[in-house]
Design a protein around this ligand. Structure first.
Ligand code: SF4
Length: 445
């Protein structure tokens, strides 16, 4: 009988897509998806270490699994993959946790062989080697999202922002050949998916290794020409690499969604310098102005860290001021936590008190909530295009989906609309979404 597996993913979109790759890889080796944890012969914990709290989740999850295994005679094989696996390696095995296999971010392909070896030898196996190969055979990633495909264009990062663990856990920057990317996007379009999201730590640093004339704007142009595809997105660009040509290509290509997730991290020039972000708040604001001058309807979202070492009340006020000026459509906000190997961890004291970090993040989130409500209220009465993702979280007779600007829209409608682009008239604003009514089941383009 086929062995059953379950993948639990923590963290970002890159990790979510790695979860799809792991699922596809296991299924190509004869594994089948388990309907529940109780049925699984193999549990894969696909981890994130970008924040301390994300890392702690792994340890508490492994503790739960050990307790569950002690209360019954069934013990699934446990594999830990992702950034914590890469960061900790063998050290994970010294913590008396139920782990059979540890596989780093660049060694995913080794997972099936290591599982077999660990079982045969009854001893844990670890592979965190920095394999250079960024390709993944077509057909392996299991597309679990029925509405959009996630396609990696770059792995790793060379930027070394002082707070960030990614260059250590995902390795140096490696670009995928443009031919592979276009083939994968074509396959997504052929499968009926109308939207593709291109992924990378710094997508706009892309330079095709197999075509010197293909940089990120050119890649976007080529992807947009693929028949059947209706929407193209990307995450995340770095402000330092956002060129005027990228803005021009976005402006002249309607398939590219009018959304720019542009991580700023802080509004204080002093903190930005300490973070080694290599742009100033003035340069960031000027970039937002250029984006809005070219595409007045574009929505801009961001990532912000509060409580970075040495952040003063004045620095934080500069962040609030930048948030007010830009009017972000949403923010991912985090309290700073020191990450192993990073420059900030080695050279700076984590000197902003936890209570101050908490109070700052609450102030920031309150401000953002007010901005979001006013942005949503300004949308009422408009007609928007929505890609339908599935039933809304609260009501199964209601569908949910995203506008090109990544605003969540809920509206009454049948489940047959999932995966389609529809037209919705917006009627009411909620804190994190907008409600509306269906105007047209299939939106014209
Ligand atoms: S650009 Fe900076 S924050 Fe983003 S992944 Fe690279 S090092 Fe981390």
């Amino acid at each position: 009988m086929a062995r059953k597996y379950l993948v639990e993913t923590f963290g970002c979109q890159m990790n979510f897509h790695d979860g799809e790759r792991i699922s596809g890889l296991l299924e190509s080796e004869g594994y089948e998806p388990a309907a529940s944890e109780a049925e699984a012969d193999l549990l894969v914990l696909n981890t994130c270490s970008v924040r301390e709290r994300a890392e702690e989740k792994l340890y508490s999850r492994l503790g739960e699994i050990r307790l569950a295994a002690a209360s019954c005679d069934r013990q699934p094989q446990i594999a830990v993959t992702g950034c914590v696996a890469q960061q900790e390696g063998d050290a994970l095995l010294t913590r008396n946790l139920p782990i059979d296999v540890v596989v780093g971010t660049q060694a995913i392909r080794q997972l099936p062989a290591l599982l077999t070896e660990a079982k045969a030898r009854q001893t844990p196996r670890v592979d965190i080697n920095p394999y250079e190969d960024v390709s993944f055979p077509l057909g392996v990633a299991k597309a679990s999202d029925p509405t959009r495909a996630w396609v990696t264009i770059i792995e790793g990062c060379n930027e070394f922002c002082s707070f960030c663990v990614v260059p250590y856990t995902r390795g140096h920057e490696r670009m995928r050949p443009v031919a592979d990317i276009l083939a994968e996007v074509q396959r997504a379009a052929d499968s009926g998916r109308l939207e593709v999201q291109l992924l990378g730590q710094i997508v706009n640093h892309y330079q095709a290794p197999d075509d010197p004339g293909c940089d990120f704007p050119e890649l976007l142009r080529r992807v947009s020409q693929i028949d059947g595809l209706r929407r193209v997105r990307f995450a995340s660009p770095h402000p330092r690499h956002a060129s005027d040509r990228l803005i021009e290509v976005m402006q002249s290509t309607p398939k590219i969604c009018r959304h720019f997730h542009l991580p700023v991290q802080s509004g204080s020039n002093r903190v930005l310098k300490e973070m080694r972000r290599r742009y100033s708040r003035e340069e960031y604001l000027a970039l937002v102005d250029r984006l809005r001058a070219a595409m007045p309807d574009i929505s801009v979202s961001t990532d912000i860290i509060v409580g970075f070492p040495g952040e003063t009340a004045e620095d934080f006020e500069a962040t609030l001021d930048l948030v007010r000026r830009v009017g972000f459509s949403f923010i991912y906000s985090f309290k700073y936590s020191p990450r192993p190997n990073t420059l900030a961890d080695k050279r700076m004291a984590d000197d902003v008190q936890e209570s101050v970090k908490t109070s700052r993040i609450m102030t920031l989130q309150q401000l953002q909530a007010e901005i979001q409500v006013s942005l949503f209220q300004a949308m009422i009465g408009r007609t928007v295009e929505v890609l339908v993702e599935g039933p809304s979280r609260r009501r199964d007779w209601e569908m949910t989906g995203k506008t090109p600007g990544w605003v969540t829209v809920n509206f009454p409608g049948p489940a047959t609309l999932v995966g389609q682009l529809v037209t919705v008239r917006l009627t009411a604003a909620a804190p994190n979404s907008v409600r509306g009514e269906l105007v047209e089941a299939a939106s014209a383009h």
